[in-house]
Design a protein around this ligand. Sequence first.
Ligand code: NAG
Length: 490
Amino acid sequence: MLKLTLVCMLASLALAQHNPQWWGNRNTIVHLFEWKWADIAQECEDFLAPHGYAGVQVSPVAENIISEGRPWWERYQPISYKLITRSGNELEFADMVRRCNDVGVRIYVDVLLNHMSGDWVGTAHGTGGSVAEPGSKSFPAVPYTAQDFHPSCEIYDWNDRFQVQQCELVGLKDLDQSSDYVRKQLIEMLDHLITLGVAGFRVDAAKHMAAADLDYIYSNMRDLNTAHGFPNNARPFIYQEVIDHGHETVSRDEYTPLGAVTEFRFSEEIGKAFRGNNALKWLQSWGTDWGFLPSDQALTFVDNHDNQRDGGQELNYKSPKQYKMATAFHLAYPYGISQVMSSFGFDNRDQAPPQDAQERIISPEFDADGACTNGWICEHRWRQIYNMVGFKNTVRGTDLTNWWDNGDNQIAFCRGSKGFVAFNNNLYNLSEHLQTCLPAGEYCDVISGNLVNGACTGKSVTVDGNGYGYISIGAEDFDGVLALHTDARL
Ligand SMILES: *[C@@H]1O[C@H](CO)[C@@H](O)[C@H](O)[C@H]1NC(C)=O
């Protein structure tokens, strides 16, 4: 009996790491890739909180190696756990977390538990002034020495558990998480961030670490900081990067008891559908029937900072019409823990974020419509995306009903009696009288416009006493989606 109680306690502790600790009815995370801490703090106050974003995934916080040309991936090569990067220092980080929490926006940190930096000839210099000799696995600023790492070897068989978990991912020095000393360093680093008020962690390269070692590390982290508004005994939210397209030796299922897992199959399939390579009518069964993880274990995204650069089926900002439709579907359909990507523009895979002549990251600037101008894409500021974040907040807790499709690439559905959405990915017009499930009235389509001073700047739809409305999405319209909800009623 005692044993059973213990098992139940451990199980409930682990499940607690699935709770994103959102505030109010909010439920979408945005990844502000490579943003500076001071800019994120401002964005929480000026934009994210007013538009109902629940949280921000921030780029890695630990001091990283300075690499020629400052490619974005240098942030994934730590050389110490000092909180000094091109995004800012510890004071700026702490100020950001405080200010974002104060307006109900949570901070999740992308953490690197798997490895330190990769090979380097001679002495490597870090963003905080530390030095290291990665070639001999010497990182005195932690300190780590060669005995804290797995012996060097290459991953050439991605279905060999030993190689995947103990060899070096693209040459990055592979920490031995079974070592007490390494565990202690990692737990102290996570505890430090929790003390500063973060709500959880995106665990980079989780698949490359044994689940049992991660379980030990997570289980020994402290609870969230009540001084930042978290309840007593609240556990950090954990979402783990596990790329599993099926039939992999190291499976995503090993990690779901510990926290949520990035669902890469979602990203691939939603891209395929909205690129026109799979009819939208099939999306009626979207979710676990597609082989995806259970909804509350799946961290979902149309694209992330890695696969937006890889040229696969995944969509990115460079195909804006399809990208906005896929994002609207992502946020309208009741499945997954949603994350929206916010990118900087790139022409090649390695490109640095917008920076000045001194290689300092520059702050985003905004035009009169609030769009970013100077190299930052800011998908999260696109009306079609931030208004769907609002849609998702409004319809939270409702079921999907009244699925409609034309047998091809036109679909529509309701979310309870609070929201309605329609998509046209055919090369001909959608014009139908459809059940919207909404109370009678006139509604603003939050894709083509905003409700401003009681008037809609885009299309509006009149819903009759039976819930029907005339829905029109021309094949040539600027956007291929239309969305109505009860908080945008005229
Ligand atoms: C499609 O809709 C547009 C307006 O969105 C209209 O101008 C056009 O005539 C329509 N085409 C057909 C074939 O009905």
